[in-house]
Design a binder for this molecule. Structure first.
Ligand SMILES: Nc1nc2c(ncn2[C@@H]2O[C@H](COP(=O)(O)OP(=O)(O)OP(=O)(O)O)[C@@H](O)[C@H]2O)c(=O)[nH]1
Ligand SMILES: [Mg+2]
Length: 386
């Protein structure tokens, strides 16, 4: 059983220093290293002080966990992680990533914000974008980080770049869920009742015409649609009525919260539990906790060295590490088997050949279980030679 089942509270996964450098925390990496199960990764991003951490605690099914702040000062720093058993998918771990609030002017570091947003996109299978009030133009414009993704993430490695457009990259991007908090309006468009999803799509409609203003209006909308073809929206009412209660949500019981807030929260959580996919790498390989930890390191190293993280390169680096380990494990299987044969000596050549073939086959299948993207069967050959 993985230790994820016993993670009592979130830990910091990625810390950010004043000098702009990012750092992967060892404690979090060790936790991921011990998880051999596939992971479903849900991350939340959005402006600071909008109830992100509170929502993540609800997803973890806990009253408290990710630290909330009750002042206007931003609370969460860097990226925090909580691994819990997946409530619906047996044998899967749900990894919740809570991120630092974007757009805090006191912090005044927009580059840091871009990287936080970018890492959330790279690491998760579902990205929750949290905002407050309504989906008006300001809310959409605040999501300008999406428009910057093209500069901050590369899909293909330099060698493959000539091979045309990144048309299929979105397959490896997370699905997108827009959460609107403290929504007080009626869900109506032109006097007709609409769903949360209709509301989002309406807000993302493009304006016809030319000119800078229209262009500025359309650009973030076009980017959201392009990068996140799978979209969902949930509008939440106020959780409580009194301002005083708002700052002590963490200690309030469900019966103290607005009924409709509880209903939407449940609907939201159920939706994510059922629909959030297992995280996969470009190429389709399933990501386990272990692989996720390595992925975090690869991306953070890239960002720290001033380069742009690249999906393809990350897969190559990961595949090399994994295949190397797979060869070692397979060799062990073969050697262990042949040790036993050695103890039976003297034996006939026929029997020896037969045993050698048996353990070679076993070793190969052991290798195949773990290896990936060994397209040129480079590592399989390595195994045969040894
Ligand atoms: N009005 C309102 N307040 C909320 C809601 N959810 C949580 N809060 C309160 O808002 C404050 C901030 O909540 P957090 O969950 O810490 O917000 P955050 O977005 O994680 O904040 P940062 O980490 O600073 O970006 C706390 O006092 C919460 O009790 C909500 O749906 N509506
Ligand atoms: Mg927070």
């Amino acid at each position: 059983m993985s230790c994820s089942k016993y993670m009592p509270a979130p830990v910091c996964l990625i810390e950010n220093y004043e000098n702009g450098k990012l750092h992967v925390k060892k404690e979090a990496k060790d936790i991921l290293d011990a998880i051999n199960e596939p992971v479903v990764v849900v991350s939340v991003v959005g402006l600071y002080r909008t109830g992100k951490s509170y929502l993540m605690n609800r997803l973890a099914g806990q009253q408290s966990g990710f630290a909330l702040g009750s002042t206007i000062e931003s609370k969460t720093k860097g990226i925090w992680m909580w691994c819990v058993p997946h409530p619906n998918k047996k044998g899967h771990t749900l990894v919740l990533l809570d991120t630092e609030g974007l757009g805090d002017v006191a912090k005044g570091d927009s580059k840091n914000d871009s990287w936080i947003f970018c890492l959330a996109v790279l690491l998760s299978s579902t990205l929750v974008y949290n905002s407050r009030g309504t989906i008006d133009n300001t809310a959409v414009e605040k999501l300008h980080y999406v428009a910057e993704l093209a500069e901050n993430i590369k899909i293909k490695s330099a060698e493959d770049e000539e091979e045309g457009e990144d048309s299929d990259f979105v397959m490896f991007f997370p699905s997108f869920t827009w959460v609107v908090r403290d929504f007080t309006l009626d869900l109506e468009i032109d006097g007709k009742k609409v769903t949360d999803d209709d509301y989002l799509e309406f807000a993302l409609n493009l304006k016809k015409g030319l000119g800078r203003k229209i262009n500025d209006y359309n650009l973030p909308r076009e980017c959201i649609k392009r990068y996140f073809p799978s979209r969902k929206c949930f509008v939440f009412p106020f959780p409580v009525t009194s301002q005083e209660d708002m700052t002590r949500l963490e200690i309030l019981q469900d019966q103290d919260l607005a009924q409709q807030f509880l209903e939407v929260t449940k609907h939201f959580c159920d939706h994510l539990f059922v629909n959030s996919a297992v995280k996969r790498l470009k190429g389709g390989h399933i990501v386990t906790g272990q692989l996720l930890g390595r992925l975090v390191e690869i991306y953070v190293d890239k960002i720290n060295s001033g380069e742009v993280p690249c999906l393809d390169n990350a897969v190559v680096v990961l595949a090399n590490q994994e295949n190397q380990a797979a060869v070692q494990e397979a060799l062990k299987v073969y050697q262990r088997g042949m040790e036993e044969v050695k103890n039976m000596l003297p034996i006939s050549i026929e029997y020896l050949t037969c045993e050698h073939q048996k353990f070679s086959r076993l070793a190969t299948s052991e290798f195949m279980k773990r290896s990936f993207k060994d397209e040129k069967t480079e590592y399989l050959k390595k195994l045969e030679v040894s």
